[in-house]
Each structure stands twice: as structure tokens, then as C-alpha cells.
Write a protein that binds this ligand. Sequence first.
Ligand code: GDP
Length: 369
Amino acid sequence: SQTARSCAGCGVQLQSERSDLAGFLPESALLRDPVICQRCFRIRNYNEASSVAVDQDDFLRLLSSIGSTDSLVVHIVDLYDFEGSLISGLQRFVGNNPVLLVVNKIDLLPKAMNVNRLRNWVQKQAKAEGLRTVDIVLCSAKRNMGFEHVIDALERYRGDRDVYVVGATNVGKSTLINRLIRDYSDMERELTTSRYPGTTLDAVHIPLEDGKAIIDTPGIVYTTRMTEVVPRSFLGSLLPDKPIKPLVYQLNSGQSLFIGSLVRFDFVEGDRQSFTLYISNALNVHRTKLERADALYEDHRGELLGGPTREELEEIPAWTRHSLRVPRGSNKDLFISGLGWIQVNGTNGAMLDLYAPKGVKVMLRDSMI
Ligand code: GDP
């Protein structure tokens, strides 16, 4: 049997069961001496940050410790899953430290987006969530869009402080950190002068030229996101990789849409109107009559309707129904965390039902686009 050992780099307890959690090391390497976790190994040898996840309690403990530091907090969120990836209550934990909100994945939105409008929308939503930000930067870490603004903002707000980077899983935190390592850090020097990059639990330190550091914290897992509910093999269909082509459906009341076998949308009541789907274009959309929807799902889920497969659906929480009223004269999105949203384009209001796996966050919000 194995005695519990900790990583000589970051101090985290080592384990060889789950590669997506902190402290992972393949079993074969556990007995080396000194021993460092795979994450520290990769950042030391390849200058490459990788994602690890922690649960809510561990994450909150980590956040609380930021409150007693003097630092700039960079909160990275996924524009495509804004409400699902915003860390609620962040403000309480970071104390008086300034928060820079970095909104990632703007490459996913349709090309014709007005960036100023988008930024205003983000600002309003963040404020409504009680988050005070010194600034908001929109970027795509993956496609290298707006990254110079991220660096400008770091320069402007950091002063001579450390930078804590916090975010939920899958928002693109490690993609962003990898760019920072390349374009902003002093990792080269670190690698030749000191032992291991990590110093505190779970948090990897990336040295900066002035002796301060960027501290990459583990991603918090929010189980309220569709991305955390589906099998990993289905993530590729769920997470869009290219700009989303919005899908417009003209519907009469009494019609339903299935999005894969993951979600059912019923237009229960209202004038004929259009609904625009902002979802991964790899997902299958199927239109039917509301009265036929139950039977269709029974007979064709995981097959004609699209993934996940019947077997995989067994592992996903059963649907619950969300009944939502869109007020007259408002512009609303029906937001489904981790999946995308449905923009409601009527002006006379509507009654909508949305079925989604239990636990997945579903809500009406002011339209983003
Ligand atoms: P982390 O869990 O927050 O560290 O996220 P990763 O950096 O591992 O990225 C999660 C997923 O999002 C991966 O599939 C990335 O390729 C993708 N991703 C990261 N940044 C972007 C981006 O700017 N745009 C798009 N479209 N995808 C991104």
C-alpha cells in the first residue's frame, strides 16, 4: 500500500486516480524521489500550464486566503457561459483587492458583434451579481484576440503586486496562462535559478520580472453547467470551436424544439415569433409539435434526436421543467448554462417551458446580442 505523499513542487497531496484533479501523477512515477505532480512537471519542463479542478469548499478556502494578500485578482469567465462561470460571491472573498474581469472566448460570437455593446452588457451583468471590477477586458485566449488588452490591463492595475488568476473549469484559464507565460512572465529565469515553480497548495506560481508572480489557482467545478453533466466524450459537441452561426426558428405556440437529447424547449403560449438559438453548431436541433414531444423523446432520444447516447443519458440527471414567462416588450435570452441560449424575439411576451437535466442552471436574462 502507498503512504500519502505530497508534491515537492506545490505541496499538494499526490494521487494517481484522476488526472483532472490536483496532485495527479501516474502510479508508476509515485515512488520517485523527489516527486512532483504532473502539473508542476509540465510547467517546469514544458512551460505549460494545465487545468486542475477543486470542489467548492477547497476553492472557497483558497479564495479566502487571497483576501489577506495584497494582489490583483484576475477573474476569467467564459462569455459563452457567462452566468455559469461567474464566481458568485467573489467580492466577499477578495477583500479590498481589485478585480480585473477577463471575458474569454469572444471568438465564438457571430462576427458582426458590437464590442462596446457587449462590454456594456458584461458590465451590467457583473454589477447585478455584486461584482465590482476595476476593468473589463474581452479576449480570446485561444485565437489570440484582444490579448494585448489583457497585458495592458495587467500593467496598469498590478502595480508591484502579485496576480491571482481565478476561474471555473473550462473557461480557458490554462490557455490564457500559457500565453502569459510566453508573453509576460520571466519563466526562463525561474527555470534556471530555482527548484520548482509552486510554493503554496494547489497554486502554481509563475514568476514576473519584478520578483512578483502570477498565481494560477485550480478551477472551481460548478456542477450547474451542462459541460460538467455530460460525459467527457460529448464535450466536443457541446463546446463550440468556431464562431456560432445563430439558428433562427419561426415557431407557433404548441411547437417544441429538441437540442440533441439534452434539452427540450416548448413554446407554450404567445404569438407566432422567432427564436434564435446560440448553441454549438455540432448539436442536432429537431422541431416537433408539443403534443408529440413526450412520445418522440421516449422513442428517439440518443438516436434520431442526437447525442448523448441512450446509455450515456442514463448517467445524466433526469430532466426537470422550468416554466418561464417572458414579459411583454422585453428582450430576453433563455440561458442554459454550458449549452448556450435561446433569444426570444417576440414583443408580445411568451410562456416557455424548458426541460434540462436537474441541477443545470436555467434562467431568463437580458439579451446579450
Ligand atoms: P481551463 O479549464 O479553464 O484551464 O480551460 P482550458 O484552457 O483547458 O480550455 C478549456 C476548453 O476551452 C478547451 O477546449 C480550449 O480549447 C477551449 N478554449 C480556451 N480558450 C478559448 C477561446 O478563447 N475560445 C474558444 N473558442 N475556446 C477556448
